[in-house]
Design a protein around this ligand. Structure first.
Ligand SMILES: Cc1cc2nc3c(=O)[nH]c(=O)nc-3n(C[C@H](O)[C@H](O)[C@H](O)COP(=O)(O)OP(=O)(O)OC[C@H]3O[C@@H](n4cnc5c(N)ncnc54)[C@H](O)[C@@H]3O)c2cc1C
Length: 405
């Protein structure tokens, strides 16, 4: 259930094992967060969102006029329980553990994407080039030392760059960056929508099905699972809930109260002639957004908004970042071509939920991949296929248990 990167990956992995698979989504494929992200496959990423000092940083950010973080006042009371848990996850002992458990998954990212796209032609949408974080001041670089400590602790390779190295890598960036951190073995998806659409086509070519179906209720009866939409129902032996930020209420129906929140993010597309300005996604540490060269143009992506899944987007927020993007990358030409908002599915510990529902082992969960769903989709698909087959997934799944909170 859910045809984003996670659901499509799960469907392909299950089909590969010979199961009869129907992928369902209430809209078409790739209608959620998987559509408009920054496209980075950040291999080995081990930085949870809740880092030491995040509470002070967040309070400071909320006080800024054009903050990358926002909480809609009308939503505050709903977000508070999640935010409290999130704050508790920023304690150093929790951060070290969350980083280790995040890394155990992200370490499989590139390998699982290679396996998924092998001999499919879809590999053409995935590019080498790495992930570059840039810092305008020594101070902000030093402030991010915790991130490098976590990478060191988890043996994640990276290079520290100086101004001249940054210019060598990305000569069109303004010469304002003093330091950079380069993760060479990360990859870029140049068109996430085409990639996921291609994955769904691959599923169909391999004998799977796709159906539009808006799941409203789930029942377990006589060893089968019945899912209902407004005017139809489907019966399956097993289901996998991979409906991203919309998974909370479905999981609640089958016995799990999961603290899933959405961290909403935005993008703004600039004309295709700007794509050549960069060779890889570049994340500005001070401005907290990514500039990604995509097939269809340069994508400015970021922001973190707490407003729930229902509230209308506020595109003024991403539009305000355009002058800042032009300051960092002065060659940007032309104006906005489109804007988009998507719902990142997030848990307070930055780890997804992967495992069985409380009510039945015929219901599995694969959601909550927060800022790293594009990185983790195929790795999650393989783990779910192992669980369904009763194979050992080769990873301790306790940290991702649905009942860990
Ligand atoms: C601005 C931004 C930048 C990002 N950049 C990156 C990045 O560079 N790298 C990275 O790894 N990750 C990134 N992410 C995160 C990534 O996009 C998400 O983690 C990922 O897309 C989540 O995938 P998903 O399949 O779980 O959910 P989604 O893609 O949201 O898919 C869920 C699907 O479920 C369907 N659905 C929901 N409810 C129902 C229902 N009741 N019945 C049927 N179908 C239903 C929806 O229609 C949707 O298609 C970014 C996110 C944002 C917002």
């Amino acid at each position: 259930m859910g045809a984003g990167v996670v659901g499509a990956s799960v469907a392909l992995a299950l089909r590969r094992d010979g199961h009869r698979v129907t992928l369902i989504d209430r809209e078409g494929p790739c209608a959620g967060a998987s559509f408009g992200n920054a496209g980075a496959i950040v291999n080995g990423s081990c930085t949870p969102t809740a880092m030491p000092g995040i509470v002070t940083d967040a309070l400071r950010m909320l006080g800024r006029r054009h903050s990358p973080l926002s909480i809609r006042p009308a939503y505050l009371h709903k977000a508070v329980p999640w935010l409290v848990r999130f704050a508790l996850e920023s304690r150093r002992s929790r951060v070290i553990e969350n980083a280790r458990n995040l890394h155990a998954l992200t370490d499989r990212a590139v390998g699982s994407w290679r396996q998924l796209t092998h001999r499919s032609g879809l590999g053409d949408l995935i590019h080498e080039g790495g992930w570059l974080t840039v810092y305008e001041s020594e101070h902000s670089f030093e402030k991010s030392q915790d991130e490098r400590d976590l990478m060191d602790a988890n043996n994640v390779p990276y290079e520290v760059l100086f101004a001249a190295d940054i210019q060598d890598l990305e000569g069109n960036l303004a010469p304002i960056f003093e330091r950079g951190v380069f993760r060479k073995n990360s990859l870029l998806i140049s068109n996430p929508f085409r990639l996921i659409q291609g994955m769904v086509d691959m599923l169909l070519n391999r004998g799977g099905e796709f159906r539009r179906f808006d799941v409203q209720s789930i029942d377990c009866c006589d060893g089968k699972i019945k899912i209902r939409a407004a005017s139809e129902s489907l019966v399956a032996d097993k289901i996998v809930i991979a409906t991203g930020a919309w998974s909370k209420s479905l999981a609640a129906q089958v016995g799990n109260n999961i603290p899933l929140e959405t961290e909403r993010g935005y993008h703004l597309m600039l004309p295709a002639r700007n794509s050549g300005l960069l060779s890889r996604p570049v994340y500005s540490a001070e401005s907290s957004f990514v500039l990604t060269p995509m097939e269809s143009g340069l994508r400015l992506a970021g922001l973190d908004e707490f407003a729930g899944v229902e509230a209308a987007p506020d595109y003024r927020r991403i539009r305000r970042l355009l002058p800042e993007a032009k300051r960092l990358l002065p060659g940007i030409e032309g104006s906005e071509e489109s804007v988009w908002m998507g719902c990142r599915p997030s848990l307070p510990d930055s780890l997804p939920v992967i495992g069985f529902a409380a009510q039945s082992r015929n219901i599995l969960y694969a959601f909550g991949h927060q800022h790293l769903g594009m990185t983790l989709g195929p790795a999650t698909g393989l783990i779910i296929a192992d669980l369904v087959a009763g194979r050992n997934p080769g990873i301790d799944l306790a940290p991702y248990r649905p009942d860990r909170f």
